[in-house]
Design a protein around this ligand. Structure first.
Ligand SMILES: *Cc1c(COP(=O)(O)O)cnc(C)c1O
Ligand SMILES: [Zn+2]
Length: 422
C-alpha cells in the first residue's frame, strides 16, 4: 500500500495520517478524502501500465487504490467492476442524440454499483484485522456488503429500514449477514449503525462516512476513462481523445451523493496524474421527493438542508445526504448540473430502458429519466457524447417494475382465445 498518504477533510482541509482518523474529520465531521501519493504513482506508472493489464475487475486499478489486493482463490470479490457499456441506438434516436451509451452496473456480483465500495471496504477491514463489518442500507449497500463479506469470510451486520424491498432483504439473509430491520427510515438505521460500530468496535461501511467507499466507487471513473479512450481510437490518438470533442457527459442518480463524488474523485485522480487533461461533465439526477443535494446545488450553497424523503426509488430516498457537499461539487466543478425527476418519469424510464434490453431498478432508471429531461430542456446537445449509469438491477424491486408495464392477459390455452386477444 505504498500510495496511501492519509486523509484530507473536504470541508476544512485538515490532513490526517492513516492512524489519526478513521471515518469523518474529528474537527468538523466533514467527509475525508483519501490522499494518494500522486508523485509516487506518477514515477512508477504510465497509463499504458494500466491499459495493458489483463485483470478484468476493479482490481485492475490496484496501482491507484489505497489498498492491497485480496489474496487467495477467485471469489465474487474478484468479479466486481469491469461492467459493460452498451450503445443505446433506439433511445438515442428517440431523444435526437448522436452518441448515447449506458454502463450497466447491475452486472456486478450482487447486482448494483455498491459492490465497488463493499469490495474495497471488506479488503480494508481485513487489513485492519477487523472481523465484523457493519452498515446501514436501504438495501443495495447492505446486499453488497453482505455478499462481499461472505466472499471474504467476514461477518456482516446490516441495519435496514423495515420497508426495504423484499428482494434486497432476501439477498442480505441469503448471504448470511446478521440483518436487523429498523422501525424507522434509512437515516435512523444510519445513526444506529454508527452507534453500534462505536459500542462494539465493528468496522463501519456506512456511505458518506467511511472514506474507503469513495475509493471503490472511483473505479467506475477509471473504467469510463479506458472505455472512452477505446471508443475514440478511430477518431483521434489517445492523448487528445478527451479534448477534441464536446466533453463526455455522465448521468448518475444521487441519494447520499457518494457515487457521484466517487466518479468525480476518480477523474480528479486521473487529472492529478496528468493522464487526462479535461474533466467530463457530471450530471446528478435526484428524485423530486428526495432532492436535498439538488436543492443545495440550485441555491448555490454547500449547506445541505434535510428533506422528508418520499420516492419510489428507494435507493436514492435519503432525508439527509451524507456526502452532499462533495456531491454538489462534483456537478459544480465539472460544469455539470442537477436534474430532478418525478416518480412517474422514473417509472416511465424503467419501461424505456427495458425496451432497449436493460432492466433497471427505479434508482438506476432515474439517471435515464434525467437524461430525457436534459435533452428536452437543451441541457445536452444532440452531438454531445453521453453516458448513463444504470446503478442497479430491476430484479431488486419487481413491484416497481410492474408499475412500469401493463399486466399480461390470462387466456384459456386455445388458439381461439389467443386470436381474440391478439
Ligand atoms: C446507492 C444507490 C444510488 C445512489 O448512490 P449514492 O451514493 O447514495 O448517491 C443510486 N442507485 C442505486 C441503485 C443505488 O443503490
Ligand atoms: Zn474538517
Amino acid at each position: 500500500m505504498p500510495t496511501f498518504n492519509g486523509y484530507r477533510c473536504s470541508i476544512c482541509g485538515s490532513e490526517y495520517l492513516s492512524g489519526q482518523a478513521l471515518y469523518l474529520c474529528p474537527r468538523d465531521g466533514g467527509n475525508l478524502d483519501v490522499v494518494l501519493d500522486i508523485e509516487a504513482i506518477k514515477k512508477k506508472y504510465e497509463p499504458q501500465d494500466i491499459l495493458s493489464r489483463t485483470e478484468t475487475s476493479l482490481w485492475r486499478y490496484l496501482p491507484l487504490l489505497p489498498i492491497s489486493q485480496p489474496e487467495g482463490d477467485s471469489t465474487p470479490l474478484h468479479a466486481v467492476g469491469w461492467t459493460p457499456v452498451f450503445t443505446l441506438r433506439k433511445l438515442a434516436d428517440e431523444l435526437r442524440l448522436s452518441h448515447l451509451w449506458l454502463k450497466d452496473e447491475s452486472r456486478n456480483p450482487t447486482a448494483s454499483f455498491k459492490d465497488r465500495a463493499s469490495a474495497i471496504v471488506v479488503t480494508r477491514a481485513r487489513e485492519m484485522k477487523s472481523n465484523v463489518v457493519v452498515a446501514a442500507s436501504t438495501g443495495n449497500a447492505g446486499a453488497a456488503l453482505a455478499g462481499m463479506a461472505a466472499a471474504a469470510n467476514q461477518k456482516a451486520v446490516i441495519f435496514a429500514p423495515k420497508n426495504a424491498p423484499q428482494a434486497k432483504v432476501a439477498q442480505l439473509l441469503v448471504f448470511g449477514a446478521q440483518v436487523i430491520l429498523v422501525d424507522g427510515n434509512y437515516d435512523d438505521a444510519f445513526d444506529l449503525a454508527v452507534q453500534a460500530s462505536k459500542e462494539f468496535g465493528w468496522y463501519c461501511r456506512n456511505t458518506g462516512y467511511n472514506p474507503f467507499t469513495l475509493e471503490g466507487k472511483k473505479t467506475a471513473a477509471f473504467e469510463i476513462w479506458e472505455w472512452w479512450l477505446e471508443a475514440h481510437r478511430d477518431w483521434h490518438d489517445e492523448e487528445s481523445a478527451l479534448d477534441d470533442h464536446a466533453p463526455l457527459t455522465i448521468f448518475v442518480s444521487v441519494g447520499d451523493g457518494n457515487i457521484i463524488s466517487g466518479i468525480h474523485k476518480g477523474f480528479k485522480d486521473l487529472l492529478a496524474l496528468g493522464w487526462i487533461s479535461r474533466m467530463p461533465r457530471i450530471i446528478g439526477v435526484q428524485a423530486q421527493g428526495s432532492a436535498a443535494v439538488a436543492n443545495a446545488f440550485y441555491a448555490e450553497t454547500e449547506i445541505i438542508e434535510p428533506v422528508s424523503a418520499q420516492t419510489v426509488a428507494d435507493s436514492i430516498s435519503v432525508d439527509l445526504p451524507r456526502d452532499g457537499v462533495r456531491a454538489v461539487r462534483a456537478a459544480k466543478q465539472t460544469n455539470g448540473t442537477y436534474i430532478v425527476v418525478s416518480d412517474e418519469e422514473i417509472i416511465e424510464a424503467i419501461a424505456r430502458l427495458g425496451g432497449a434490453g436493460v432492466f433497471a431498478e427505479p434508482a438506476g432508471a432515474a439517471a435515464y429519466a434525467g437524461l430525457v429531461k436534459a435533452a428536452r430542456e437543451g441541457i445536452v446537445q444532440s452531438g454531445d457524447p453521453i453516458l448513463v449509469l444504470n446503478t442497479g438491477s430491476g430484479l431488486k424491486d419487481v413491484r416497481a417494475a410492474m408499475q412500469a408495464v401493463s399486466p399480461a392477459p390470462i387466456i384459456e390455452p386455445s388458439l381461439a382465445a389467443l386470436k381474440k386477444i391478439l
